[in-house]
Design a protein around this ligand. Structure first.
Ligand SMILES: [Zn+2]
Length: 321
């Protein structure tokens, strides 16, 4: 039903899924940079269409797919389901009358302040991302993570220190902003984050009391800026700060040193190890193909009795050699 050619394709329609090179037509699960390319025609949810055009240009042609509203493409019936990863993120269910394939894209189960909650339909074949496919990546309960973030922010503000939160500009930044404004903390955002937040607002997501960072910190305000791994994260005018990174990788104690921040909090927009396993149990697939994750996740699934393989043929050799 599918083949792999430096990217995932549905065979009968020669239709790419998150392929990173220009194609005549391709499904884009969400607008993160590692899932998009300048395709001739993109299939995406309306929110992803806006975010994709913001990133790659307004002239791009997009066939919009609403969640749960199937479209026909040749012999295939294609349906987008929410993936819980960022606004507009989607899984794709492809059905050809004989069998079905679910491609997850990046996904996360459970609640989010700013993304549509994930829905997992049943499918015969599951192609899944497995970023946190090692047992040590079990995240604490979300309430604990959020409480930890708010405590750090309130403590800093109480001492007249500006909390500076580093987060990816699409998804995590809006999630952090909403969590803070809901708790009564106003937010100032880096320009690149503010532009994407405006798209969230236009799509109906109320982020609360936030504004563009205008060059000086304001009392009682937190600042949300880009990850320190980017070159443009620095903002002028900040003096006494407490820096906080928000990433699932914060489960590793070394993360805060690696990122050069005061604190790292495991607020993630990817499924953790337990959610990955839970997702497989929900979908009940006959075959599973794993991508974007550690090779050993396939071994974990096979140990649990699932018929799992790496998606990339070069990795399949490891399994059978
Ligand atoms: Zn992503």
């Amino acid at each position: 039903m599918f083949y792999y050619d430096s990217g995932l394709f549905l065979t009968s329609a020669r239709f790419g899924l998150d392929v990173r090179r220009r194609l005549p037509r391709c499904f884009v699960s969400h607008a993160h940079a590692d899932h998009i390319a300048r395709h001739e025609l993109v299939y995406a949810t309306p929110a992803t269409a806006c975010l994709y055009r913001h990133r790659l240009g307004k002239h791009h042609r997009v066939e919009e797919m609403g969640y749960g509203r199937p479209i026909e493409l040749g012999e295939l019936r294609l349906t987008a389901y929410p993936a819980g990863h960022c606004l507009g993120s989607a899984m794709l269910l492809a059905e050809d009358g004989q069998q079905s394939l679910l491609y997850t894209g990046d996904f996360k189960l459970g609640p989010s302040a700013t993304a549509e909650p994930a829905e997992l339909p049943r499918a015969d074949i599951l192609v899944m991302e497995s970023t946190f496919g090692q047992p040590r990546y079990r995240l604490p309960p979300r309430e604990t993570i959020v409480a930890n973030l708010l405590e750090l922010v309130h403590d800093a503000l109480g001492q007249g220190i500006t909390p500076v939160i580093h987060a990816y500009p699409l998804g995590k930044s809006q999630e952090v902003t909403k969590l803070l404004t809901q708790a009564g903390v106003s937010v100032l955002q880096h320009d690149a984050i503010f532009e994407i937040s405006q798209i969230y607002e236009a799509q109906g997501v109320d982020l609360g009391d936030y504004a563009r960072y205008a060059g000086t910190p304001l009392a009682g305000h937190a600042v949300v800026t880009l990850p320190r791994s980017t070159h443009q994260f620095r903002l002028p005018g900040l003096r006494q700060t407490l820096s906080i990174a928000t990433t699932g990788w914060a489960i590793d104690p070394s993360t805060k040193y690696r990122l050069g921040v005061d604190h790292a909090i495991p607020l993630s927009d990817h499924a953790d190890f337990d959610e990955l396993i839970e997702s497989v149990r929900c979908v009940r697939p006959r075959e599973i193909y794993c991508t974007h994750g550690p090779a050993e996740f396939v071994d974990h699934l096979r140990d649990l009795g699932f018929n799992a393989f790496p998606l990339e043929p070069s990795r399949q050799r490891r399994l059978f050699s």
